[in-house]
Design a protein around this ligand. Structure first.
Ligand SMILES: [Zn+2]
Length: 314
């Protein structure tokens, strides 16, 4: 019986898959049609197509999706090349951590981007707009946007927002947003890390979440690649947000070992946007330290509860 059910399910699955393929690749060759029927090419919407071993996804409007896009049904995020061929997939059901680098750009930013590209991974760079012309005039920021990484905001000139008026705070954010958007920053809004991790009592007037961290490597204090490596790879959990700074060569050296080590531990290295996508999103004014997955009630817990209820009834 079980065997038959499996067989039936497999057949049904194959049937559905064939149907799906027809819906997407529904090209009809006119030569095949008899009796002069006019075959219109089915529009390809919301479906995958394979061409030369590469995967393309057709969106709602029938166009191939390009850049970064999310398929909620699949719980996956895709990154494509300029033609829309998928290059990287983030699986919302698998463990992930966000490596974050503050205070850039710096002379090392391009090296960081190359590192993350090499490992087909992402990270978030919380950039200070005022510094951009000091290093590569935006070349590094554009490289971040063109990779699997993300540009985040760290205010225009690294102001502790606790000491700012509401107006001053808004200016720090909007001025930096404008610059970062010029270099391809995405996100609505662009994710934000408060300088010095200071939040203050005006946090509710901010138009976005304040991203802090669950793991502090203290790389600015140690300037020691080994120590930073240890802090960023020991006891790391699904949903951790790891704080580093892109200003130090020691942090870059540490990252060259951190990235492959965390991948070996089974983590996907993702941007804050990617992490938030499948972990409940973010709300304005919310202070975020981590994005651990919600703990689902296990069947054992459920069974225990039932037993308790029964005992009470007695
Ligand atoms: Zn900072």
């Amino acid at each position: 019986m079980k065997f038959n059910m499996k067989k039936l399910m497999a057949c049904t699955l194959i049937f559905v898959m064939v149907l799906g393929l027809c819906a997407c690749g529904g090209k009809k060759d006119k030569k095949e049609s008899k009796g002069g029927d006019v075959f219109k090419e089915e529009p390809k919407t919301n479906c995958w197509e394979e061409k030369d071993g590469k995967q393309y996804y057709y969106g709602e409007d029938g166009e191939v999706m390009k850049g970064r896009f999310v398929l909620e049904d699949e719980q996956k995020i895709y990154y494509t090349d300029d033609d829309g061929a998928v290059k990287r997939t983030v699986d919302g059901k698998k463990p992930m951590v966000a490596l974050t680098y503050d205070d850039g750009p710096s002379q090392f930013t391009m090296d960081f981007v190359k590192l993350f590209t090499e490992y087909e991974s992402g990270a978030t760079f919380y950039e200070v707009g005022e510094r951009i012309d000091m290093f590569n005039f935006g070349e590094a920021e554009q490289a971040i946007s063109d990779s699997y990484c993300e540009l985040g905001s760290h205010t225009f000139n690294h102001k502790n927002i606790r000491n700012l008026s509401v107006e001053g705070m808004k200016k720090q954010l909007s001025k930096n947003d404008k610059i970062l958007r010029e270099y391809g920053a995405t996100g609505d809004p662009i994710t934000f890390r408060a300088p010095e991790g200071a939040v203050g009592d005006k946090k509710d007037t901010i138009d976005r979440a304040i991203i802090l961290w669950s793991v502090d490597t203290e790389d600015w204090r140690y300037r020691d690649a080994k120590k930073v490596y240890k802090k960023a790879t020991k006891d790391i959990k699904d949903g951790d947000i790891i704080l580093m700074h892109s200003l130090y060569e020691s942090t870059y050296k540490a990252s060259k070992k951190i990235v492959p080590e965390l991948i070996d531990q089974g983590f996907q290295l993702v941007t804050m946007q990617d992490l938030a996508e499948f972990r409940g999103g973010t709300k304005p004014g919310e202070v975020i330290f981590d994005m651990y997955p919600e703990v689902e009630e296990t069947t054992e817990d459920a069974a225990e509860e039932t037993t308790e209820e029964v005992t009470e009834e007695k």
